[in-house]
Structures are given as structure tokens and as C-alpha cells.
Design a protein around this ligand. Structure first.
Ligand code: KG4
Ligand code: ZN
Length: 327
């Protein structure tokens, strides 16, 4: 089954074609990140306008890359939420129009479920059930227990900032560019010794929730108006990275123990973080799955894969004025 996956929830216009949920035939990603780097964060209006420019060329490129015609597709999958409204609407309306014109089933996919399925792409030993996923992105930090495809139980999540947001905001305070995650990872490479002076918020609470606003405040208070030199920026980067990774892993390991899972899946943009992957493998006794970094960040392949394993097309007679965007 060949599915076209469309993902436009934030600042990436991503289109991919995936066969049977695992084999990537095309993967096209256009990003407006460079524009957002200038403003130090995402301006939703700018992101939506860039989506509009990129979406049709992106679909055309994916079909060309896979050497397929629209008739050879079996379905169209699209991220239906959560995300920035102005960005989402471009992908959803494009998918609806293509589905109508090409007479193909339309499968709406939750963005977070999409991130989880990046673990089935290009993975010679795909995950088995039950498993636990840590979904960590710019907008989310969630722990999800899966008993089967589509059988997800939410165990906990962030009470304030997401892990990616914590990377982005603390990077900005420390003088690094957007997106903060890759910038912090890069700057942290130079550091050989950690002082561990930053807090690990909520490390001793009994739930599976996270909190990152206290960490952000701690960095703001410590850096203040100071202009950090290169060495200090690197030290802060390494300390921030370690504090975020520790905060995530403390709760993840607690949940894995409670639910007795033997497989841990990392997902979302922050799963591209090499220290998170390394420390997860070090601390978790079972199998750790971590997608290739290019599949951790937003992409259409994960949406197409999720649609294959959770195939619930929308019926055209159910798309009416009231159902609107169906998210
Ligand atoms: O999943 P994603 O592409 O978009 C959302 O759904 O939000 O995640 C973007 C987030 C950003 O906050 C970015 O700083 C973070 O993922 N990120 C990383 C790394 N690469 C991307 N965080 C830490 N280390 C990385 N290498
Ligand atoms: Zn995402």
C-alpha cells in the first residue's frame, strides 16, 4: 500500500510517499526555519504563508522522486492536529482537494501519533508491543504507553513548556540561535566536565509529568544581563542539555518500570538529540528505538506510516460544513 503523507503543522512543509508503513519512496521537506531564526522563534503568520508557497511543489517533487503517478497511490494521509492553525489548514485543505480530485481515501493523523511511527521507518527490527514512547518536540513532552497499533494510553506530559521549547528558550537566553536544540547539542560537544548546577524539576514527584519552566527561569537568573564568552556558552549548553535529558529520563524510567515494558521508543524533534539517545541506551535495560535524526523532526513519512498502521479513512459523506477541518 502506497500512502502520500502530508505534514504542515508548524514550519515544515513536508510530503512523503511510504510503502506499507516502512519503506520510504520519497521524502521532501521544505522549511521556513531560516526566516524564524531571524526573529528568534516562529511567527505563525509567516509560517502559514511559507506553507502556502511550498505545498504544491512539495507534492509534485514527492511524486517525481518516487516515480509514481497519482493513480498509483492508495491513500492520502494528513496531519489534522495539533499544531498552528494557519499552517495545519494548508495541509488539510490540500489533502482534501487531492483526495477529492484523485478519488483516494483520506486518512487524518494526529501529529504526535505520527512522531511515534517514525520508529517504524527504515528500522530493520521495528518495535513490538507493549512499548513506551517518549514524544518530545517543540510543542510536546508526553509519555505514551502503547499496547497495540492505535491502542495508546497517555501516562503524563509537560505541565508548562515542552522539552524542545526549553531547548529553544534557554538557547536564546545563552546567546545561541533558533532552533535551540541543535545549537545547544553542537555547543555542548566542547565540554568535557559537567558541574550539574541546574535543577531537574519535578524529579521526585510520583506522577509522570514534566516541568521545564523552572529550568528556564534558573538559566535566565544565572545568565541575567551577562554577555557569555564562547567557553561559558558551551558550559551552559552542556548543563542545559544534561538537565533536560535527566528530567525526561527520570520519569521515563519510572514509567517503564511501573508498566514493565521492554521497549522504549524516542520520538519528536528532541529525539534527534544524541545525548538523549546515548543516555537512554545507558540507563534503560531493554531495547531503545531512536529514529534517524532526519525522521525525528517533522516529516511526511511518519504521517504516511501512522496512516498505514492505523488505517481509518474519512468518509466523504461525513465531510460537511459542520465537520470543518475534522480536528
Ligand atoms: O518535532 P519537531 O520538528 O516539531 C514540533 O512538532 O515541534 O521538533 C522541533 C523541536 C525544536 O524545539 C528543536 O529545538 C528540537 O526539536 N530539536 C532538538 C534537536 N533537533 C531538534 N532538540 C535537542 N537536540 C537536537 N539535536
Ligand atoms: Zn512535530
Amino acid at each position: 500500500m502506497k500512502i502520500l503523507g502530508i505534514e504542515t503543522s508548524c514550519d515544515e512543509t513536508a510530503t512523503a510517499i511510504v510503502e506499507d508503513g516502512t519503506k520510504i519512496l520519497a521524502n521532501v521537506v521544505a522549511s521556513s526555519k531560516e526566516l524564524h531564526a531571524k526573529t528568534g522563534g516562529i511567527i505563525p503568520e509567516t509560517a502559514a504563508r511559507e506553507q502556502l508557497k511550498a505545498i504544491i511543489p512539495s507534492v509534485q517533487t514527492a511524486l517525481k522522486e518516487a516515480s509514481l503517478s497519482p493513480e498509483e497511490l492508495d491513500a492520502i494521509a494528513v496531519t489534522s492536529g495539533p499544531g498552528l492553525f494557519g499552517s495545519l489548514i494548508i495541509g488539510v485543505e490540500t489533502a482534501k482537494a487531492l483526495s477529492f480530485a484523485w478519488k483516494k481515501p483520506l486518512v487524518p493523523i494526529n501529529h504526535l501519533v505520527g512522531h511515534i511511527y517514525a520508529n517504524w521507518l527504515e528500522n530493520p527490527t521495528p518495535p513490538t508491543f507493549p512499548n513506551l514512547t517518549l514524544v518530545v518536540s517543540g510543542g510536546h513532552s508526553e509519555l505514551i504507553l502503547a499496547k497495540d497499533h492505535g491502542n495508546f494510553e497517555w501516562l503524563g506530559g509537560t505541565r508548562d513548556d515542552a522539552a524542545g521549547e526549553a531547548f529553544d528558550k534557554t538557547a536564546r537566553v545563552s546567546g545561541l540561535t533558533y532552533p535551540g536544540g541543535p545549537a545547544i547539542q553542537n555547543a555542548a560537544k566542547r565540554v568535557t566536565k559537567l558541574a550539574n548546577f541546574l535543577p531537574r524539576p519535578m524529579h521526585d514527584s510520583t506522577d509522570f509529568d514534566f516541568s521545564f519552566s523552572g529550568l528556564k527561569t534558573a538559566v535566565v537568573n544565572l545568565v541575567g544581563e551577562k554577555k557569555l564568552n564562547l567557553e561559558q556558552v558551551s558550559q551552559y549548553a552542556a548543563e542545559i542539555q544534561e538537565a533536560i535529558v535527566d528530567s525526561l529520563l527520570i520519569k521515563t524510567l519510572k514509567a517503564a518500570k511501573k508498566y514493565d515494558v521492554k521497549e522504549l521508543l524516542l520520538a519528536g524533534g528532541v529525539a534527534a538529540n544524541l545525548r538523549l539517545v546515548e543516555k537512554s541506551k545507558e540507563k534503560f535495560a531493554g531495547i531503545v528505538h531512536a529514529p534517524n535524526p532526519r525522521l525525528c523532526v517533522d516529516n511526511g513519512a511518519m504521517i504516511a506510516s501512522a496512516a498505514f498502521f492505523n488505517y481509518k479513512p474519512i468518509l466523504w459523506e461525513n465531510i460537511n460544513a459542520d465537520s470543518g477541518l475534522f480536528f
